[in-house]
Design a protein around this ligand. Structure first.
Ligand code: 3PG
Length: 211
Protein backbone atom coordinates (compact mmCIF):
# COMPACT_ATOMS: atom_id res chain seq x y z
CA UNK A 1 0.00 0.00 0.00
CA UNK A 2 1.44 3.38 -0.91
CA UNK A 3 1.90 6.20 1.61
CA UNK A 4 -1.05 8.25 0.36
CA UNK A 5 -3.43 5.30 0.72
CA UNK A 6 -2.10 4.59 4.21
CA UNK A 7 -2.46 8.24 5.26
CA UNK A 8 -6.01 8.25 3.89
CA UNK A 9 -6.82 5.17 6.01
CA UNK A 10 -5.37 6.88 9.11
CA UNK A 11 -7.55 9.90 8.38
CA UNK A 12 -10.63 7.66 8.16
CA UNK A 13 -9.86 5.51 11.21
CA UNK A 14 -8.51 8.38 13.36
CA UNK A 15 -7.12 6.03 16.02
CA UNK A 16 -4.02 3.85 15.87
CA UNK A 17 -3.88 1.23 18.61
CA UNK A 18 -0.27 0.90 19.77
CA UNK A 19 0.24 -2.70 20.84
CA UNK A 20 3.07 -4.28 22.78
CA UNK A 21 2.57 -8.00 22.44
CA UNK A 22 4.50 -10.43 24.59
CA UNK A 23 2.88 -13.63 23.34
CA UNK A 24 2.46 -13.84 19.59
CA UNK A 25 0.12 -16.75 20.29
CA UNK A 26 -2.51 -14.08 20.94
CA UNK A 27 -1.87 -12.09 17.76
CA UNK A 28 -4.92 -13.16 15.81
CA UNK A 29 -7.27 -12.85 18.78
CA UNK A 30 -5.96 -9.36 19.28
CA UNK A 31 -6.47 -8.49 15.61
CA UNK A 32 -9.99 -9.95 15.75
CA UNK A 33 -10.82 -7.91 18.86
CA UNK A 34 -9.85 -4.73 17.00
CA UNK A 35 -11.70 -5.76 13.84
CA UNK A 36 -14.82 -6.53 15.88
CA UNK A 37 -14.62 -3.06 17.43
CA UNK A 38 -14.49 -1.48 13.98
CA UNK A 39 -10.83 -0.48 14.16
CA UNK A 40 -8.82 -2.74 11.83
CA UNK A 41 -5.47 -1.11 12.55
CA UNK A 42 -2.45 -1.79 14.76
CA UNK A 43 1.02 -0.49 15.35
CA UNK A 44 2.99 -3.37 16.87
CA UNK A 45 5.90 -2.03 18.90
CA UNK A 46 9.24 -3.77 18.50
CA UNK A 47 9.68 -3.88 22.25
CA UNK A 48 9.25 -7.61 22.69
CA UNK A 49 10.85 -10.73 21.23
CA UNK A 50 7.53 -11.81 19.80
CA UNK A 51 6.80 -8.57 17.92
CA UNK A 52 8.02 -9.75 14.52
CA UNK A 53 6.13 -13.04 14.78
CA UNK A 54 3.01 -11.11 15.74
CA UNK A 55 3.40 -8.86 12.68
CA UNK A 56 3.92 -11.91 10.46
CA UNK A 57 0.82 -13.70 11.79
CA UNK A 58 -1.47 -10.71 11.48
CA UNK A 59 -0.12 -9.71 8.06
CA UNK A 60 -0.63 -13.24 6.68
CA UNK A 61 -3.99 -13.97 8.24
CA UNK A 62 -5.82 -10.67 8.71
CA UNK A 63 -5.09 -8.73 5.56
CA UNK A 64 -7.80 -6.18 6.32
CA UNK A 65 -5.74 -4.84 9.24
CA UNK A 66 -3.72 -1.72 8.51
CA UNK A 67 -0.55 -2.96 10.16
CA UNK A 68 2.65 -1.18 11.08
CA UNK A 69 5.72 -1.55 13.25
CA UNK A 70 6.44 0.95 16.01
CA UNK A 71 9.40 1.72 18.27
CA UNK A 72 11.63 1.17 15.23
CA UNK A 73 15.14 2.29 16.15
CA UNK A 74 17.43 0.63 13.59
CA UNK A 75 17.53 0.01 9.85
CA UNK A 76 17.77 -3.76 10.43
CA UNK A 77 14.47 -3.62 12.29
CA UNK A 78 12.87 -1.84 9.33
CA UNK A 79 14.02 -4.62 7.01
CA UNK A 80 12.69 -7.38 9.24
CA UNK A 81 9.39 -5.62 9.96
CA UNK A 82 8.78 -5.08 6.24
CA UNK A 83 9.74 -8.70 5.48
CA UNK A 84 7.20 -9.82 8.06
CA UNK A 85 4.49 -7.73 6.41
CA UNK A 86 4.42 -4.37 8.17
CA UNK A 87 2.89 -1.70 5.95
CA UNK A 88 4.35 1.30 7.74
CA UNK A 89 7.16 2.21 10.14
CA UNK A 90 6.86 4.47 13.18
CA UNK A 91 9.87 5.76 15.12
CA UNK A 92 9.83 7.42 18.55
CA UNK A 93 12.39 10.08 17.58
CA UNK A 94 13.71 11.48 14.33
CA UNK A 95 16.19 8.79 13.31
CA UNK A 96 17.88 9.94 10.11
CA UNK A 97 19.26 6.53 9.14
CA UNK A 98 15.86 4.89 9.45
CA UNK A 99 14.14 7.75 7.62
CA UNK A 100 16.64 7.70 4.75
CA UNK A 101 16.43 3.94 4.38
CA UNK A 102 12.64 4.07 4.27
CA UNK A 103 12.55 6.88 1.73
CA UNK A 104 15.14 5.19 -0.49
CA UNK A 105 13.13 1.98 -0.42
CA UNK A 106 9.65 3.51 -0.83
CA UNK A 107 8.63 2.45 2.68
CA UNK A 108 6.05 4.56 4.51
CA UNK A 109 7.69 6.10 7.56
CA UNK A 110 6.16 8.25 10.29
CA UNK A 111 9.06 9.63 12.31
CA UNK A 112 8.68 10.88 15.86
CA UNK A 113 9.01 14.61 16.46
CA UNK A 114 8.74 16.64 19.63
CA UNK A 115 9.93 20.12 18.64
CA UNK A 116 10.28 22.50 15.67
CA UNK A 117 13.81 21.28 14.94
CA UNK A 118 12.53 17.76 14.38
CA UNK A 119 9.70 19.06 12.22
CA UNK A 120 12.23 21.01 10.15
CA UNK A 121 14.22 17.80 9.62
CA UNK A 122 11.09 15.99 8.48
CA UNK A 123 10.41 18.78 5.99
CA UNK A 124 13.97 18.52 4.69
CA UNK A 125 13.04 14.97 3.67
CA UNK A 126 9.68 16.13 2.27
CA UNK A 127 7.86 14.20 4.97
CA UNK A 128 4.67 15.98 5.94
CA UNK A 129 3.17 13.39 8.29
CA UNK A 130 4.96 12.87 11.61
CA UNK A 131 4.29 11.51 15.04
CA UNK A 132 4.24 13.98 17.97
CA UNK A 133 5.74 12.04 20.87
CA UNK A 134 5.40 11.85 23.82
CA UNK A 135 2.41 14.11 23.30
CA UNK A 136 1.08 14.61 26.81
CA UNK A 137 4.51 15.03 28.40
CA UNK A 138 5.42 17.66 25.82
CA UNK A 139 2.43 19.79 26.66
CA UNK A 140 -0.48 18.05 24.96
CA UNK A 141 -2.85 19.49 22.42
CA UNK A 142 -2.16 23.13 23.30
CA UNK A 143 1.58 22.69 22.65
CA UNK A 144 0.85 20.95 19.37
CA UNK A 145 -1.49 23.76 18.32
CA UNK A 146 1.23 26.36 18.94
CA UNK A 147 4.05 24.28 17.53
CA UNK A 148 2.24 23.40 14.32
CA UNK A 149 1.20 27.00 13.54
CA UNK A 150 4.29 27.82 11.42
CA UNK A 151 3.92 24.55 9.52
CA UNK A 152 0.54 24.56 7.77
CA UNK A 153 1.72 21.78 5.46
CA UNK A 154 2.44 19.38 8.34
CA UNK A 155 0.09 16.71 9.68
CA UNK A 156 0.56 14.96 13.01
CA UNK A 157 -0.24 11.74 14.80
CA UNK A 158 0.13 12.60 18.48
CA UNK A 159 0.97 9.61 20.66
CA UNK A 160 2.00 9.15 24.28
CA UNK A 161 -0.34 9.60 27.23
CA UNK A 162 -3.45 9.80 25.07
CA UNK A 163 -6.64 8.19 26.34
CA UNK A 164 -10.41 8.30 26.02
CA UNK A 165 -10.50 11.50 28.10
CA UNK A 166 -8.13 13.64 26.03
CA UNK A 167 -8.17 12.13 22.53
CA UNK A 168 -10.79 14.55 21.23
CA UNK A 169 -8.65 17.56 22.28
CA UNK A 170 -6.08 16.39 19.76
CA UNK A 171 -8.53 15.33 17.06
CA UNK A 172 -10.08 18.81 17.23
CA UNK A 173 -6.86 20.25 15.77
CA UNK A 174 -6.86 20.58 11.98
CA UNK A 175 -3.23 19.45 11.88
CA UNK A 176 -4.06 16.11 13.51
CA UNK A 177 -5.18 13.30 11.20
CA UNK A 178 -5.20 10.55 13.84
CA UNK A 179 -4.01 9.79 17.35
CA UNK A 180 -2.06 6.79 18.60
CA UNK A 181 -2.47 5.12 21.95
CA UNK A 182 -2.16 1.94 23.93
CA UNK A 183 -4.96 2.44 26.43
CA UNK A 184 -7.43 0.15 24.63
CA UNK A 185 -4.80 -2.54 24.10
CA UNK A 186 -2.96 -2.10 27.38
CA UNK A 187 -0.24 -4.70 27.95
CA UNK A 188 -2.01 -6.34 30.90
CA UNK A 189 -5.15 -6.89 28.85
CA UNK A 190 -3.20 -8.38 25.95
CA UNK A 191 -1.06 -10.59 28.20
CA UNK A 192 -3.99 -12.12 30.00
CA UNK A 193 -6.02 -12.46 26.80
CA UNK A 194 -8.84 -10.15 27.88
CA UNK A 195 -10.01 -9.53 24.32
CA UNK A 196 -13.57 -8.77 25.32
CA UNK A 197 -12.33 -5.76 27.30
CA UNK A 198 -10.06 -4.73 24.41
CA UNK A 199 -13.06 -4.75 22.08
CA UNK A 200 -15.14 -2.80 24.62
CA UNK A 201 -12.50 -0.09 25.12
CA UNK A 202 -11.80 0.12 21.40
CA UNK A 203 -15.49 0.41 20.54
CA UNK A 204 -15.84 3.15 23.14
CA UNK A 205 -13.08 5.12 21.37
CA UNK A 206 -14.49 4.43 17.90
CA UNK A 207 -17.95 5.58 18.98
CA UNK A 208 -16.55 8.78 20.46
CA UNK A 209 -14.82 9.58 17.19
CA UNK A 210 -18.00 8.86 15.24
CA UNK A 211 -19.88 11.24 17.56
C1 3PG B 1 4.30 4.68 21.66
O1 3PG B 1 5.20 3.89 21.51
O2 3PG B 1 3.86 5.35 20.72
C2 3PG B 1 3.77 4.91 23.01
O3 3PG B 1 4.35 4.06 23.94
C3 3PG B 1 2.30 4.83 23.13
O4 3PG B 1 2.03 5.69 24.14
P1 3PG B 1 0.98 5.33 25.28
O5 3PG B 1 1.36 3.95 25.80
O6 3PG B 1 1.16 6.40 26.32
O7 3PG B 1 -0.38 5.35 24.65
Amino acid sequence: MDSLTIFKRFTELKIIPVVTIERSLYSLELADALIEAGLPCAEITLRTNDAFTAIDKIACNRKEVLLGAGTVLKVDQVKEAIDMGAGFIVTPGFNQKVVEYCINNSITVIPGTSNPTDIGMALDYDLTLVKFFPAENYGGASTLRAMSAPYPMMRFIPTGGINIGNMMDYLALSSVIAIGGSWMVEKGLVNCGNFREITRLTKEAVNLVKG
